[in-house]
Write a protein that binds this ligand. Structure first.
Ligand SMILES: C[S@@+](CC[C@H](N)C(=O)[O-])C[C@H]1O[C@@H](n2cnc3c(N)ncnc32)[C@H](O)[C@@H]1O
Length: 309
């Protein structure tokens, strides 16, 4: 049965001018965390390395109103040399799965006419995930959003763990604009320090030193994970919680602390559902396995070493 995307929730948000960032979306009322805001179907999906002519050829097959909507999209100055079609495509497309039709498995980017109006923020409150079965990109509220707040996605999730200057440089290089989001508009050394600590905890987790016992190392890593979860909250970030909870789960398993492993895994699953929708296959599989194992009475541990923070 063909999938019918939900209608955009224009009862919850509307488009308007955003100072310093062109057009964007703003909440019309308080929006609860997890609310599906938009399911958008790409007008076309294309691989990397295409030409202006290829984009034009896809566009001219579409109805004139769609062509006009495409031509109304913004084109960042660093894409001007690409030509008016490829430039607009590159400035507005989002990653939309892989090419499984021609067997190449190439990464594809898709042009979503409504979603192209989401601005970027380094404190994103909207997340998106490509649903390959339904052929739609789904946008959900990553946190509770207050009335009049702008709805923003992260164009580059990995750069959320950089300092303000590094984030701005990365976005200027990749997307051609100077970020004016709430986290970038004023310099904040404390925020920079927090993001550096988060980068270390998430991207460069520590190795066990030769002087440490295994339990000393696990305790040190556990303290770092708990601190990182607090820092994410202080920075207003909802991404990466899944990774940290999952690391907490593995740590508890390594320590033989199965009861707490289970609790950490449940948190990883809940965090994964918030960021990526309810179907994170790996976390779901491990959760089922851990549930089954915990049902065996002889697996129950006596010691609770690594409780959730
Ligand atoms: C995909 S479009 C988003 C919608 C766009 N604002 C519009 O008017 O159509 C990306 C462009 O929006 C602007 N933009 C998005 N996020 C921004 C931000 N955080 N700070 C400043 N400009 C931003 C930049 O001009 C960028 O090239």
């Amino acid at each position: 049965m063909p999938y019918h995307p939900i209608a955009p929730r224009f009862d919850l948000f509307q488009g308007c001018e955003i100072p310093g960032a062109g057009f964007g979306y703003v909440a019309l009322q308080d929006i609860p965390k997890g609310t599906i805001l938009l399911e958008d179907t790409p007008i076309f999906r294309l691989p990397e390395g295409i030409t202006n002519e290829v984009v034009r050829n896809h566009l001219i097959r579409l109805p004139p109103t769609v062509q006009q909507q495409f031509m109304d999209l913004c084109i960042g100055y660093q894409y001007l040399n690409d030509g008016e079609y490829l430039g607009r495509f590159r400035a507005n497309a989002l990653p939309c799965g892989y090419d499984n039709v021609d067997g190449t498995g190439r990464k594809l980017a898709g042009l979503l006419l409504l979603a192209a109006r989401f601005n970027h923020s380094c404190v994103p409150n909207v997340t998106f995930k490509w649903d390959s079965q339904a052929g739609v990109m789904r946008f959900c509220a990553l946190s509770a959003i207050s009335r009049a707040q702008e709805l923003c996605i992260a164009y580059d999730v990995s750069s959320l763990l950089f300092t303000r200057d590094a984030r701005r440089a990365r976005l200027q290089g990749s997307s051609g604009f100077l970020c004016h989001c709430p986290a970038c508009i004023i310099e904040n050394r404390d925020s920079d320090d927090r993001r550096v600590a988060l980068y270390k905890a998430i991207v460069q987790p520590p190795q066990r030193s030769p002087r440490e016992t295994q339990i000393e190392f696990l305790s040190r890593r556990y303290a770092q994970i708990c601190t990182a979860l607090t820092l994410l909250r202080m920075e207003g970030l909802s991404h990466f919680r899944e990774t940290l909870y999952f690391d907490g789960y593995k740590l508890c398993e390594e320590a033989g602390d199965r009861n707490n492993a289970m609790l950490w895994l449940a948190q990883a699953s809940a965090a994964a559902a918030t960021v990526g929708g309810p179907h994170n296959a790996e976390v779901t599989r491990r959760l089922q396995r851990a549930n089954a194992e915990l049902e065996a009475p002889n697996q129950r541990p006596q010691i609770l070493r690594f409780p959730l923070p």
